[in-house]
Design a protein around this ligand. Structure first.
Ligand SMILES: [Zn+2]
Length: 498
């Protein structure tokens, strides 16, 4: 049983008048087409769908060292649900889904090959905030149905058990609080809560005010947290935006466009089912982008924006029937793992840079700490990406990812040295092998034609997983979910039903 308890608090929301002004964007001095990160053909191949030659690409800041940020530099960390890299308009997507984030990415560095370590929220977010891979974090299902005594099947009326992220691990919020930061978290997801260990290190954690809520609820609370502080110095604010997530689990899941966005991107009349679903997802993404524009305009008008180190990423991607699946968590395709990553530094450092190297959520926490001159916890397994922000190549970083929800045991390894991705399903023993660079949509499974290579990589993947699992810290507690929570989790596909 856990002993550490951090009280959750609800913020009082002050009425807001009209926005004070538009965000004063940094003037783009250059309008070149260079992607600024890689000049080799391999790098260009890796970046081919990443907007390197896209309309928003700008010539990067000159390569050079980035000085350690002043002590107490405030940090704003925004995670966005089900945010697919290839649905960002800067990355060549056909719709203007992210005009604000496109601009914002140009004011900082954009990592065009960032991969999540899990395809659903809780394990993925835990890796982000701890720099520990999912097997070490120890979360498989999050909420586990426990059969009643004597029952032959797990039913929806069974008791629930919560898997908990252990206090033994160190989070980004804990590392910053140890250095005197005031740490504030605002959750909109029922997985990112105190009961599952997510709130470690937060002085204030708002997990009730905007649960399953919109950016219109969460972002003003983040603004309130920042503006009510006498100075942004030594402030860490994390906010999760739930909006692009589907509203109802099913086949296909239902994405409800926000009010006023129903006809954005045209009428759905001539679209097939997939087209309608994708259009609604895109509308929700655009809504999120519009709300972020308002939020950052306000932060900029108050003179605080440029003090912050800002990190924005997606927690994982989404599937739109590309391989017969919808939603997330059930596979490890690139559509589920390839996510945007923006790092915007104070003073316009690294502005316009596009880093094409393969990077991971695992690396985000060590990067933030390195930029602040704070040593990463000894257990952190990621690498600092500071060299990429300085315009230098990173050493090859292998991506390990897994999903183990609802009995799945699916692992994958992306090896940048071999340009290969191997996926292994432990239940069926099936192995898939892909050309990671040449076949980003994973259309040609090479495992039959290259069986020895596929087998070798699968053995390596299995050994990695087993080694990491030895270091797992697993804690559980009774679920005690009320019927409303159960219904909400069920509607989102998190309880039973796959
Ligand atoms: Zn998620």
């Amino acid at each position: 049983m856990r002993t550490k308890r951090i009280p959750a608090s609800s913020f009082l929301l002050r009425p807001r008048i009209a926005l004070l002004g538009l965000l004063a964007m940094l003037a783009w001095t250059f309008a070149g087409n260079g992607c600024g990160g890689g000049d080799g053909s391999r790098d260009q191949a890796r970046d081919r769908d990443a907007g390197g030659a896209g309309k928003s690409a700008r010539q990067a800041s000159p390569a050079g060292p980035i000085a350690t940020l002043p002590a107490g530099t405030p940090v704003l960390f925004i995670s966005i649900e089900t945010f697919r890299h290839d649905h960002m308009s800067r990355n060549g997507y056909e719709r203007e889904t992210t005009p604000f984030l496109d601009e914002f990415a140009s004011e900082g560095a954009y990592f065009s090959n960032c991969y999540a370590q899990c395809s659903w929220t809780l394990p993925s977010m835990l890796t982000l905030i701890s720099s520990l891979p999912p097997p070490v974090c120890g979360i498989k299902d999050g909420v586990v149905p426990v059969p009643k005594a004597g029952a032959e099947t797990v039913t929806e009326t069974a008791e629930m058990e919560l898997e908990i992220f252990s206090d033994a691990h160190t989070t980004l919020a804990e590392a910053l609080r140890e250095r005197g930061y005031r740490t504030i978290g605002i959750s909109t997801s029922g997985h990112l809560i105190q009961r599952q260990g997510f709130t470690q290190g937060f002085d204030r954690f708002d997990e009730t005010g905007c649960m399953w809520g919109t950016a219109e609820c969460a972002l003003p609370r983040a603004l309130e947290a920042i503006e009510s502080s006498p100075s942004p110095d030594s402030l860490f604010v994390w906010v999760h935006l739930f909006d692009p997530h589907f509203d109802e689990h099913g086949r296909p899941p239902r994405y409800v466009p926000p009010a006023g966005y129903e006809t954005m991107f045209g009428s759905d009349e001539q679209r097939d089912e997939t087209g309608r679903v994708v259009a609604n997802y895109d509308r929700k993404l655009r809504y999120t982008d519009d709300k972020l524009r308002e939020f950052f305009a306000r932060l900029d008008a108050s003179g605080r924006l440029d003090r912050f180190l800002v990190v924005i990423t997606g927690d994982h991607g989404e599937e739109f029937n590309e391989k017969g699946r919808w939603g997330h968590s059930k596979a490890l395709t690139n559509t589920l793992l390839h996510v945007p990553l923006i790092i915007r530094l104070p003073g316009g450092q690294a502005a316009g840079r596009v880093a094409p190297d393969l990077v991971r959520h695992l690396d985000v926490m060590p990067t933030i700490l390195d930029l602040l001159g704070i040593p990463a916890p000894a257990a952190a397994e990621g690498a600092s990406l500071k060299a990429a922000l300085e315009g230098r190549a990173l050493p090859p970083l292998s991506v390990y990812a897994e999903t183990r929800r609802m009995g799945l045991a699916m692992l994958c390894l992306i090896d940048p040295a071999l340009d290969r991705k191997v996926v292994m399903d432990f239940r069926s023993r099936a192995i898939q092998l892909y050309d990671f660079v040449g076949d980003p949509r994973e259309e040609a499974d090479l495992s039959t034609a290259n069986s020895a290579e596929a087998r070798d990589l699968a053995f390596r993947l299995k050994a990695m997983s087993e080694e990491m699992s030895k270091r797992a810290v697993i804690e559980t507690a009774p679920g005690n979910l009320d019927e409303r929570e159960r219904e909400r989790l069920r509607s989102l596909g998190y309880l039973g039903g796959g």
